[in-house]
Design a protein around this ligand. Structure first.
Ligand SMILES: [Zn+2]
Length: 377
């Protein structure tokens, strides 16, 4: 792999909250506590920030010819857009998961992890299909999948919204929670249109579980009467549930997010929910989603922490060299700029607001290689 030096950038460290201009050297893929000696591949990061490799906690990259309608290739929204790690959020289930290494892990340069869907087909069609029907939920199949694929499976996914659960109630959510308990990993819960009621599904979540699409703009979300945050959401947050964004095609509202943040609610992780249906419009990229949160008033350090250290800890990959810039551990870096420029930003409700500065990746260092930006962001 050789040596790579990233020179002249401002290093943002989400573990310490510090930012310092310094040169970084990676040897054999790992950050080392050494100065550049001229033998390295030289990457000029002047006028740039350098931080742990971006992690997108919610994507759909199971790009299978038979089961993969609606997915994108991991590299298209990963290293090509300045993102080191993408996490597939339940595109495959017990029936389809064995194809994941051949189709995704062995073909993509981006590092990929996955949540397995409690519904055995996964998401055969992202347009719906009731993947969370009780008879399709496969507790046994999910637990056994972790025995075969526990090194890259990071949790269990369940979709609890009308388009996926229909009128089948909470059975899928309860089975998914049980599966997560049996394998000792987090549950990722998708919320959307009722039924089921968001209050009921949030009550089932435990510390470390992740709720995604949290700030969607549909009726019956985390805002209740007169836009006050509902008690079930406050209690879930107090129990230690992780709040994820999951922008998607119809799952992020500037207004809902803003009102929830104003009432002291958190946003722990920023993710895109990118798939074929929102990569050209709406979500577009993880960095575009970061730009939207900057526009809503979050600091740069805060936004970076929510795409690096926070998602790494949420799925336990902080021990594998992600989410950190500590020498001896760090294996991935993203180099990016924040450029002053006007941009129109559209949320998943079609509401447009204006940004005056844009988060713009330059590239990713991952597994001892530099991957320059290669797709629109
Ligand atoms: Zn999704």
């Amino acid at each position: 792999m050789g040596r790579i030096a990233v020179v002249g950038g401002i290093v943002l460290n989400p573990e310490t909250g510090t930012s310092d201009r310094s040169d970084l050297v990676l040897d054999d893929g790992v950050l080392v506590d050494e100065r550049p000696d001229g033998s390295e591949q030289h990457l000029d990061a002047t006028d740039c920030y350098v931080c742990p490799g971006f992690i997108d906690l919610h994507t759909h990259v199971f790009n299978h010819p038979e089961y993969g309608a609606g997915r994108v290739a991991a590299d298209r929204i990963g290293v090509d857009q300045g993102v080191a790690v993408v996490v597939d959020a339940g595109s495959s289930g017990a029936v389809t998961i064995d194809a994941f290494p051949e189709v995704v892990l062995n073909t993509q340069k981006t590092r990929v992890f996955a949540f397995i869907n409690i519904g055995s087909p996964g998401l055969p069609d992202l347009g719906g299909g009731h993947a969370s029907r009780p008879e399709l939920c496969d507790l046994d199949g999910v637990v056994k999948a972790f025995e075969r694929h526990g090194d890259w499976l990071v949790g269990v996914k369940v979709l609890a919204s009308q388009s996926h659960t229909g009128s089948f109630g909470l059975t899928a959510v309860k089975l998914a929670r049980k599966a997560a308990e049996l394998v000792g990993r987090p549950l990722m819960l998708h919320v959307g249109n009722a039924p089921p009621l968001i209050d009921d599904v949030l009550d089932l979540l435990r510390a470390g579980d992740i709720v995604t699409h949290t700030y969607h703009g549909k009726v019956g979300g985390v805002l209740g009467y007169r836009d006050r945050v509902i008690p079930a959401f406050v209690e879930a947050v107090q129990r230690g549930v992780i709040v994820d964004l999951g922008h998607g095609r119809s799952s992020f509202s500037f207004r809902v997010c803003e009102l929830a943040l104003e009432q002291g609610m958190p946003l722990h992780t920023i993710s895109s929910d990118l798939h074929r249906g929102n990569v050209d419009r709406y979500a577009v990229s993880l960095s575009r989603t970061m730009t939207k949160l900057r526009m809503l008033g979050l600091s740069l350090a805060d936004v970076v922490e929510k795409v690096t250290l926070a998602p790494a800890r949420a799925i336990g990959i902080d021990t594998q060299g992600f989410g950190t810039v500590t020498p001896g551990r760090c294996r991935a870096l993203t180099i990016f700029r924040e450029r002053q420029a006007a941009m129109e930003l559209e949320d998943a409700e079609g509401v447009v607001r204006k940004a005056e500065q844009i988060v713009e990746p330059v590239g990713v260092v991952l597994d001892g290689r530099f991957h320059p930006l290669a797709a629109p962001v």
